[in-house]
Design a protein around this ligand. Structure first.
Ligand code: PLP
Length: 429
């Protein structure tokens, strides 16, 4: 029998060879890198090759991989036990820290993933308003719970149809869709439906590359929600503790009623959270009637990792440093594109970047769809061969960590410049 490579072997036992779809490289073609270890800004493959990592675990690793304080906190927690099914003081400390950081938060509930956070926040909003419908934006991702798995119908402001087999139409019938950055479409939805419980969105969208809210969009949503008795829910699973200590809401100055978290809040271990106004969170069991529970919620190892990560960030100059390295990466990408006359939009908020090969502005998912995905794939593979691992899809953000130094940024920009030079040759051939 011929020896199987890792992907072939994995594909016999794991659907598509992976445990989460984007890892399979379907967005760029080719075989994924199987990772053995990671340190600082580096991924180390099974074959020993080293890559400058811009996946960042899809968001958690703001401090870089293998951060010593997190490792020490987790091993100390491990020595005391892995799961108690009883409350701990560390959970209070994490909750207090998160509430202190996030402007709109008065109470919080810890869960195990971003998906759990969003599905639970939606349940609270529906319970609090006694309404079932909610507005979701095309291109925003809120995890894989059924009500969020909705594809755009035709035209703006359409009713949701399931985007995955197995999701009953009845479950997405109450999901109303609007294009991101399109306040008029949301206005139209409110005019048509008197029973909207919530407007649910990533305030800075990180699941269609990186797409920023246009001036007035979030303020307009806040105003519409207030006028119609609906809740505004920010999904800050990606942006929370990533774009600023106080999340996107601190930067943008619009406060939601509920917020969801994941990624950075768990320091690389499985944790999510949702929280918000005290009157809303007081509805959650056992304080109130809205049921939500979890065997491993507030898990001691995950809480130790999250606390260690957040304590490193709290009051530090982390966000200024990330802004500096993010800016230098952005300028490098833009200079290379200009030098080779390749149309490219680079979006950035702090340490999150989106790369779109298009001459046009990108404000919603249709604009991302219209960008040059084939070119993204070629540039991705050129960089991979040069030891730079971008996320394998134009719909994912690049993440920079505090471990990415000037040398790594410079090497990335140089490789990017060579990848774009190769694009010119590709165009000629
Ligand atoms: N919400 C947002 C904005 C996300 O980016 C993600 C994951 O990427 C989720 C929710 C789901 O989180 P998880 O994958 O931890 O379930």
């Amino acid at each position: 029998m011929a020896t199987l490579n890792h992907l072939e072997r994995a594909s016999r036992v794991l659907p598509g060879g992976v445990n989460s779809p984007v890892r399979a490289f379907r967005g760029v073609g080719g075989d994924p890198v199987f990772v053995r270890a990671a340190e600082g800004p580096w991924l180390i493959a099974e074959d020993g090759r080293r890559y400058i990592d811009y996946i960042g675990g899809y968001g958690p690793h703001i401090l870089g991989h293998g951060y010593s304080e997190i490792a020490a906190a987790v091993s100390e927690a491990l020595s005391r036990g892995t799961a108690f099914g009883a409350p701990t003081v560390a959970e209070i400390e994490l909750a207090e820290l998160v509430i202190d950081a996030i402007p709109s938060l008065e109470m919080v509930r810890l869960v195990n993933s971003g998906t759990e956070a969003t599905m639970s926040a939606l349940r609270v909003a529906r319970a609090a308003t006694g309404r079932d419908r909610f507005v979701k934006f095309e291109g925003c991702y809120h995890g894989h719970a059924d009500p969020f798995l909705v594809a755009a119908g035709s035209g703006a402001a359409t009713l949701g149809v399931p985007s995955s087999p197995g999701v009953p139409e009845a479950v997405t019938a109450d999901t109303l869709l609007a294009p991101f950055n399109d306040l008029a479409a949301v206005q139209e939805l409110f005019a048509r439906h008197a029973d909207i419980a919530a407007v649910f969105l990533e305030p800075i969208a990180g699941n269609m590359g990186l797409v920023l809210p246009q001036p007035g969009f979030l303020e307009g949503l806040r105003e519409l929600c207030d006028r119609h008795g609906a809740l505004l829910i920010f999904d800050e699973v990606m942006t929370g503790f990533r774009v600023a200590w106080g999340g996107a809401q601190e930067i943008l100055g619009v406060l939601p009623d509920l917020t969801t978290f994941g990624k950075v809040i768990g320091g690389g271990l499985p944790t999510g959270a949702y929280g918000g106004r005290r009157d809303l969170m007081s509805m959650v069991a056992p304080a109130g009637p809205v049921y939500q529970a979890g065997t491993l919620s507030g898990n001691p190892l995950a809480v130790a990792a999250g606390l260690a990560a957040l304590r490193q960030l709290d009051g530090s100059d982390a966000y200024e440093r990330l802004e500096a390295s993010g800016g230098s990466l952005q300028r490098g990408f833009e200079a290379a594109a200009q030098h080779h006359a390749i149309p490219l939009q680079v979006h950035r908020q702090g340490s999150m970047l989106g790369l779109f090969f298009t001459a046009d502005e990108v404000h919603r998912v249709e604009d991302v769809d219209a960008s040059d995905h084939d070119r993204f794939g070629r540039v991705f593979h050129h960089l991979l061969a040069a030891g730079v691992h971008l996320p394998p899809s134009p719909y994912e953000c690049l993440f920079i960590s505090l471990a990415h130094g000037e040398a790594e940024i410079a090497q990335t920009v140089e490789s990017f410049d060579r990848a774009l030079a190769a694009e010119k040759d590709h165009r000629k051939s």
